[in-house]
Design a protein around this ligand. Structure first.
Ligand code: SAM
Ligand code: SF4
Length: 326
């Protein structure tokens, strides 16, 4: 079994693959309302090019792939892509991160190709606020998708970003929704990426203190590591877990196990920095399989030690989160 270590001795086994920078929503903290310069179709990686990258990455020790976007279910051929990644013997799990709008429509196909789990973004449980945050999204459509996924037995996690003055009255509603449905929910700290600038976010400690005024949060044993960066808690008498992802207040860089590939084929070693490798150009120039592996392996090895979101400078990536994939 191959284990790829970077130069800081971190085991890198997780690839987040963005398949489009387009989205059918315009979440206020992620994308501007209009004027986004979307990648032209011929500049996007083709499904075959994505597979080439995943195959090489798998040879190097990547075992888990998350398909993301923009909204990944907008991408033509995404089901075929998932199916082909699933058939790679070295890939153990393929997951999807989606806003849930098109999920009901693709559910049967996703089940058929054996998708291992879905993260669904859900930033409000109130129709008007959901519509406001997503600039036009329909809450009921997403709730229906969540219900169908759950009935079909697909592993779901809900992801929520709490913004001061926008959806902060719903913190406990989310916790009760999670308790009632039995679905894990993760509160994600807002990162200074894309459109986040005008918003004030909560730190994990602020959220935890707020919730703990109402109920006990009992730490779960599984924490940072292969299970991802979320620190999980249980509430009494419930099947669900409440997770907190704290890239700002409790950086988990020392345990980071991931690389990212954008829909334009740019290998990003870290969410924060602009550096990376233009894999698409290399592939289109005809790079061989072994050479591609070497380039990706060098990229992994040279992963930066940590992000520095607290100090933005000219080395900070200016891509929107919808262009990176979260
Ligand atoms: N469109 C899909 C969705 O919303 O799930 C996948 C892509 S979206 C970029 C992935 C995740 O990034 C979402 O859960 C979203 O809330 C999160 N996100 C976007 N901008 C963010 C920011 N500035 N800080 C933290 N999370 C962010
Ligand atoms: Fe689209 Fe996801 Fe960004 Fe919302 S968070 S605008 S759904 S990419």
């Amino acid at each position: 079994m191959v284990n790829m270590l970077d130069k800081h001795s971190r085991k890198i086994n997780y690839l987040r693959l963005s398949v489009t920078d387009r989205c059918n929503l315009r979440c206020i903290y992620c994308m501007p309302k209009e004027g986004v310069d979307f990648t032209k179709n011929h500049e996007l990686l083709t499904i075959e090019e994505m597979l080439k990258i995943v195959k090489s990455a798998a040879e190097l020790g990547i075992k888990k792939v998350r398909i993301t976007g923009g909204e990944p279910l907008l991408r033509n051929g995404v089901i075929e892509l998932i199916s082909k990644i699933k058939s790679l013997s070295k890939i153990q799990h393929v997951y999807l991160t989606t806003n849930g709008i098109l999920l009901d429509h693709y559910m049967d196909q996703l089940i058929k190709v054996g998708l291992d789990g879905i993260n669904i973004s859900l930033d409000s449980l109130r129709e008007d606020i959901f519509e406001k945050i997503t600039r036009g999204g329909n809450l009921q459509t997403v709730l229906k998708s969540i219900e169908t996924c759950d009935k079909e037995g697909i592993k779901i996690k809900l992801n929520t970003v709490i913004l001061k003055g926008v959806n902060d009255k719903e913190i406990l509603d989310f916790v009760y929704f999670s308790k009632k449905s039995g679905l894990d929910i993760r509160f994600i700290e807002l990162m200074p990426i894309g459109e986040s600038k005008g918003f004030k976010a909560f730190t994990t400690n602020e959220l935890k203190n707020y919730i703990q005024k109402e109920m006990l949060l009992i730490p779960c044993e599984e924490s940072i590591g292969d299970n991802g960066p979320a620190a999980y808690y249980k509430t009494t008498d419930s099947r669900n877990r409440i997770g907190f992802i704290s890239p700002i207040s409790h950086s988990f860089c020392h345990n980071c196990n991931r690389i990212r590939v954008t829909s334009e084929g740019f290998l990003k070693q870290c969410l924060h920095w602009k550096y990376g490798i233009d894999l698409k150009t290399l592939i289109r120039r005809g790079i061989g399989e072994e050479e591609l592996k070497k380039v990706i392996s060098d990229g992994i090895f040279n992963k930066p030690k940590e992000h520095n979101f607290k100090s933005q400078n000219e080395q900070t990536d200016i891509r929107l989160m919808s262009q990176i994939g979260g």
